[in-house]
Design a protein around this ligand. Structure first.
Ligand code: SF4
Length: 284
């Protein structure tokens, strides 16, 4: 059995830098993580052990800790102002590429365009993007596309949207709003694009894909769904203990990829376990 890694995979620099900043926080018990930092139970357990509190729902009552940490997914300016007005110290780990998406939203709104965000309603990043723009709409699927009743539309994306889905939804928005002047800003981040392209290349070469990441991680589940849509069976594992060796047995080429919140050490452990199984299979 050969194991092939995707050329690009796993933790993006935005999440990695946010976690590095958390490492430097000296009084974790004074900090509440506001929003979803990562969908990775291992990382969340480690943070909880250090004393960090988590408040996954942005927009609810503010936590009572003196400091509030904004995650890599960012928040709206309105939410940032609410935190500051409550006298909280704000630790901001917003990814620079999410900031760029906020800049794009501001620019489109300043041009008098109704904002259309292609992405998942309720996702913390999307909530942040639309939070400062009353009238903004979120389009997740073809069912959400309609005439938006504006002469000017500004379309942009959640940073982790698959490129093909963005192109499809944009075409539908344009078709459903024939009289509107539509400007599109591609705000899908470079790491997401690189990972999606690397996955497409990998799927051409493997019989089975092992995807490493949290069970609740949207991004990880999407990787498995992409494989399934291409006719490649996928095994979604949180770590090496979840590997089903009976499913791996007999495959000549197995691919390996991971979601953006997966720790490199977890990917390495999964790869080592597959390779050990492959070596044992060869001997027997
Ligand atoms: S997925 Fe992209 S935008 Fe989001 S944190 Fe990672 S690098 Fe930043």
């Amino acid at each position: 059995m050969i194991v092939l890694r995707a050329a690009e995979m796993g933790m993006c620099f935005g999440v990695r830098d946010a976690l590095a900043l958390l490492d430097r926080v000296s009084e974790p018990s004074e900090v509440t993580i506001h929003g979803e930092l990562v969908h990775n139970p291992l990382v969340l357990r480690q943070l909880a052990r250090r004393g960090f509190r988590s408040e996954p729902e942005v927009g609810r009552a503010l936590p009572d800790t003196p400091a509030v940490l904004v995650t890599a997914h960012g928040v709206s300016d309105r939410e940032r102002a609410r935190i500051a007005a409550a006298g909280k110290r704000l630790i901001d780990t917003t990814c620079p590429l999410v900031r760029k998406a906020h800049d794009a939203a501001r620019e489109l709104a300043a041009e008098g365009r109704r904002l259309v965000v292609l992405g998942k309603p309720g996702h913390v990043e999307v909530e942040g993007l639309v939070g400062d723009h009353p009238g903004a709409v979120v389009v997740e699927s073809a069912a959400d596309v309609r005439g938006f009743g504006a002469s000017r539309l500004g379309v942009m994306c959640q940073t982790t949207l698959p490129e093909q889905r963005a192109a499809d939804l944009l075409a539908r928005v344009v078709a459903a709003n024939p009289a509107a002047d539509v400007r599109f800003v591609d705000t899908i981040c470079a790491p997401t694009k690189a990972r999606q392209r690397a996955l497409a290349e990998l799927l051409d070469r493997v019989e089975l894909l092992v995807v490493v990441g949290g069970r609740n991680s949207n991004n990880t589940r999407k990787l498995a769904a992409t494989a399934a849509a291409r006719g490649v069976p996928a095994m979604h594992v949180e770590g090496a203990d979840d590997l089903d060796f009976e499913v791996l047995r007999g495959h000549a080429v197995v691919g390996l990829t991971a979601g953006t919140s997966t720790l490199p050490a977890t990917v390495d452990a999964v790869e080592a376990a597959i390779r050990a199984f492959a070596a044992a299979e060869k001997v027997s």
